[in-house]
Design a protein around this ligand. Structure first.
Ligand SMILES: Nc1ncnc2c1ncn2[C@@H]1O[C@H](COP(=O)(O)OP(=O)(O)O)[C@@H](O)[C@H]1O
Ligand SMILES: [Mg+2]
Length: 414
């Protein structure tokens, strides 16, 4: 099956008696839903879908979030939509705003859509947590704040059940440098790279440039790819064609440092194949892997335009991949997902160049529009979009049910 362009194909505890009581009510509701019955027969749950967010992928999230909301509603769940604006303020959306025909620009003025708000983030999660039963939060945000552990930590602090990776896995998944160090340490294949901090660059610019130029000379292809450590959508990335030219290299670092105070300089791969795996599950015992899917960027690399401009790139859910490569993709996708402790779901992305396979990155909240590669590869293997959304919800409820929340009293203290 070949799909069209895929946006985004290119991721609390003890309390006082009152809070504990409220949690007890929510816990009972969750047990009812996340039992051992097949998904279709579980009771519906109230779900709050978070969409938008203060990131470059705001508009992709508006599409992902509304598609997820519609799918869960069709499965019988009571869904509310919560918009997070580019300015970070939260709004509760009326049902009419979840209509996919509402244009993205209309969300720039949430009041005109009839939304309630704005709320500061902490106030909004407290409000959600005060409902009885509290909704499960479906985090349909991409990039910084939504995918990096921040909103996950807010949900933890409020005692809310939420979908997808937890705080630590989200943070590691978002940080390309931490992720690479971790998986490289487990002998997974990653492109050679160097970390550069803004502090080191400011303290000794010449030394940093010389060290990176030396690194580039040690590679078969002396070009480098420079990228911010914690971003997505290919924002802030530059190919450095002549790393021996300090100006060109410094410009690329300067671009990455506009977005983050840490950057990576990686060995450049010339037009690699882009293979992507979908993984669902809370741990090694219940993982399922789907794919690979493949993206064909219509530009020099899969940059922002290639990812989001209509008609530039294409994707397929049936790439030309032999059995050996397929087996390696499944094994490394599982290993990477498990290594950083992802729960729920993630897309694991690979680059294949000159016959060598590299694990590139993990996206703990991948694009989830109806034509995104994650749901497309699941659908191609028998898990339609709405099933995937509900599976992610159930995985969140199951994690919550197994979770040990320790309520300490003074007698427990050492
Ligand atoms: N080392 C590299 N060599 C060549 N192309 C690369 C390299 N790293 C990334 N790319 C290209 O840039 C795209 C985006 O890079 P990636 O690391 O996945 O960041 P993002 O999180 O923004 O998607 C990749 O899909 C690929 O097309
Ligand atoms: Mg990527």
């Amino acid at each position: 099956m070949t799909t069209g362009r895929v946006p985004g194909a290119g991721a609390g505890d003890a309390g006082d008696a009152g809070a504990a009581g409220a949690r007890g009510v929510r816990g009972a509701a969750r047990d009812d839903i996340a039992g051992d019955e097949p998904v279709g027969r579980r009771s519906p749950v109230p779900v709050a879908v978070l969409l938008g967010g203060p990131s470059a992928e705001h508009d992709v999230s508006l599409v992902s979030g509304r598609a997820i909301a519609a799918a869960l509603e069709a499965k019988g769940h009571a869904v509310s939509g919560w918009l997070i604006g580019l300015d970070g303020r939260w709004w509760e959306l009326p049902a009419t705003a979840l209509d996919p025909r509402v244009p993205a620009t209309a969300f720039d003025d949430p009041a005109s859509l009839g939304a309630c708000g704005p709320y500061a983030a902490a106030g909004a999660v407290e409000l959600l947590a005060s409902h009885d039963p509290a909704p499960a939060v479906f985090v349909a945000l991409h990039g910084p704040f939504g995918e990096d552990g921040t909103v996950q930590a807010l949900c933890e602090a409020a005692g809310l059940t939420y979908t997808g990776a937890g705080v630590a896995a989200s943070a590691v998944g978002m940080d390309k440098s931490l992720f690479k160090r971790l998986v490289a340490g487990l002998d997974m294949p990653v492109v050679p790279w160097r970390d550069v901090s803004l502090a080191a660059f400011e303290a000794g610019r010449g030394a940093v440039l010389e060290e990176l130029a030396r690194f580039a000379r040690s590679l078969d292809d002396p070009r480098l790819m420079v990228k911010p450590a914690r971003l997505g959508s290919s924002v802030g990335m530059r190919i450095v064609r002549h790393p021996d030219d300090p100006d060109e290299l410094a410009d690329a670092l300067g671009e990455a440092f506009r977005f983050d105070d840490r950057a990576l300089a990686e060995a450049y791969l010339d037009h690699p194949r882009e293979l992507e795996m979908a993984v669902l599950g809370n741990g090694p015992e219940d993982l399922e892997t789907h794919g690979p899917g493949e993206a064909f960027p219509g530009r020099e690399f899969y940059d922002y335009v290639a990812k989001y401009a209509d008609g530039v790139s294409r994707t397929t859910t049936s790439p030309d991949v032999d059995a050996d490569l397929r087996a390696r993709l499944h094994a490394i996708a599982r290993a990477a997902y498990t290594a950083i402790g992802v729960e729920g779901f993630a897309r694991v992305d690979f680059l294949l160049a000159g016959g060598t396979l590299y694990l590139n990155e993990i996206n703990t909240i991948p694009g989830f529009t109806p034509i995104s590669l994650f749901p497309a590869v699941c659908a191609a293997e028998g898990r339609p979009f709405a099933d995937v959304c509900e599976r992610i919800l159930v995985l969140a409820l199951e994690r919550e049910r197994r979770r040990r929340r320790v309520s300490l009293t003074r007698a427990d203290l050492p």
